[in-house]
Design a protein around this ligand. Structure first.
Ligand SMILES: [Mg+2]
Length: 502
């Protein structure tokens, strides 16, 4: 079975108990870990954990980061190859864990994510309300994190969820579009999950208009055609704007004493609202309560939508790509910074790789911290002494300038240490010594062990292949032609695809 962890952000709502109970009751391989991310702003009672899940649940306190930030905090606590995001108001199916195991086992190496099949149960004895129909849209939505499994390596390379999306809306489509741009594929699995309609007050349809600001960010980041690529329907933005324009014109003309023109403009605004209300009432249950709610909210939605759109235009006018550039770059030594001379103990044989000095000067000039993470198993093998390795390191600094941190693993492959790449030890220590979180670091190296160490630590990676790099190591991560190219990739946040795009 492929190892997986479950990450579930929660506000401690009562539905959490049911969600966890459904997870405990399902058949199949259990998750290595369930990370409950407590995103309540002011704490509260301890989260209820069913006894059946005891020992597997870790509670992490986010304290109001919002869904994107809470999910990032959660998945960065995991170490499994797959991370399954579940909402705290879903009920997983009776065979969910078995179905998940089959979904993940069947995923080819270039598949970054496998979505669950989400069903929204609707009342059978009457037509669904506006809110119920809105929630039912989740069943058709692509890539929603109500039940979405991602490869951890894909999350690391994408920098996780964009934390500028403050509500549970669009942050999942944004991540998916970035992962697809990296050349990965996303597929739909067979596991089934139910997403009940949560209770909501009469003003919920007005409140959700705040999502219009997120749509502005989506367009800024992904271009005008993001709706189509994300499988979303364009809303009534233009019509809302026309209603608001007509209403504003009616007020202005009225104030200017042009009563006839004001009446025409007001008539247009009323007609627009009426058409909108009818379109929302017609498919619904048409009870007096639902009709009254639709009438009142149809007046409020056009100005609310327009206001949130304007707010988004101001807030996101200069939004840069996600993730932000790293704060620190950690270099492999042999084959990356300098030519690989096996078990080199002679400083005279140190020769920088082409463009290394320029790349390092550029990185330092931009304020990036730099470090070296180097396997030196020649020490364990008795082929060179630590002092000789350190003399070689000093020569590297003479030629390439000073590094902020050096981490060297003197162990052999069979020593079982935590530092020898592909283990993450040196990357974690170097990050900590630089005062950076692992996800704020990038590792540049020439073989798969460098990339694996980075991903295991939670750092991004760029592979700079040399003739010695095995062909099988060239996919599954970003690639650069030399160190200068690698630094440019990290700073621009523009991606070379991780997987070849057909
Ligand atoms: Mg190397």
């Amino acid at each position: 079975m492929t190892g997986y962890a479950v990450v579930m952000p929660t506000l401690g709502r009562p539905c959490l108990t049911r969600a966890l109970a459904s997870l405990a009751a399902t058949s199949g391989p259990p998750p290595a870990r369930i990370v409950l991310v407590d995103d309540r702003r002011d704490g509260g009672a301890p989260l209820p954990v069913p006894a059946a899940l005891d020992g597997r649940v870790t509670v992490v306190v986010a304290g109001g980061l919002g869904p994107a930030g809470a999910r990032n905090l959660g998945w960065r606590c995991t170490a499994t190859p797959w991370v399954v995001f579940l909402d705290d108001d879903v009920l997983v199916g009776a065979a969910w864990r078995d179905e998940l195991a089959a979904d993940l086992a069947g995923a080819p190496a270039d598949v970054a994510g496998v979505q669950g099949r989400v069903a929204v149960p609707l009342p059978g004895d009457r037509r669904p309300t506006d809110w119920e129909r809105n929630t039912a849209g989740l069943a058709r939505a692509r890539w929603i994190t109500a039940d979405m499994a991602y490869r951890r390596a894909a999350l690391v390379e994408a920098g996780g969820f964009d934390e500028r999306f403050p509500r549970a809306f669009r942050e999942d489509a944004d991540l998916a579009l970035r992962v697809l741009a990296d050349g990965w594929r996303l597929t739909r699995g067979r596991r089934r999950t139910e997403h009940p309609v949560r209770p909501a007050g009469p003003w919920v349809s007005v409140r959700v208009q705040a999502g219009n600001a997120d749509d502005v960010l989506m367009r800024r980041l992904h271009g005008r055609d993001w709706y189509e690529r994300a499988g979303e329907v364009r809303g009534r933005r233009g019509r809302h704007l026309a209603i608001v324009g007509a209403g504003a014109a009616a007020l202005a003309l009225g104030a200017a004493g042009r009563r006839r023109a004001a009446a025409v403009a007001a008539g247009l605004a009323v007609a627009g609202v009426a058409e909108f209300a009818v379109a929302r009432v017609r498919p619904g249950p048409r009870t007096p309560r639902e009709i009254a709610t639709m009438l009142v909210t149809s007046v409020a939605i056009p100005p609310a939508a327009t206001w949130h759109r304007l707010r988004g235009l101001v807030r996101h006018r200069a939004a840069a790509p996600w993730p932000p550039p790293p704060r620190a770059v950690l270099f492999d030594r042999d084959g990356t910074l300098v030519r690989d001379v096996p078990y080199n103990c002679d400083p005279a044989k140190v020769e920088p790789m082409p463009g290394a000095r320029e790349a390092l000067d550029a990185a330092r000039a931009l304020g990036l911290r730099t470090g070296v993470v180097s396997n030196q198993s020649g020490i364990a093998r008795g082929l060179l002494t630590r002092a000789q390795a350190e003399a070689v390191n000093r020569r590297v600094e003479e030629l390439l300038g000073p590094f902020d941190v050096w981490e060297m693993c003197p162990h052999g492959p069979g020593d079982g240490c935590a530092c020898r790449k592909p283990a993450p030890g040196m990357v974690l220590t170097a990050a900590s010594r630089l005062g950076a979180a692992p996800h704020e670091c990038a590792v540049l190296g020439d073989i798969a062990a460098d990339v694996a160490a980075a991903h295991a630590a939670g750092a991004r990676a760029v592979l700079i292949p040399t003739p010695e790099t095995l062909p099988g190591e060239r996919s599954g991560t970003r690639r650069a032609t030399d160190l200068r190219h690698a630094i440019r990739l990290l700073l621009n946040s523009t991606s070379t695809p991780i997987w070849p795009i057909e």
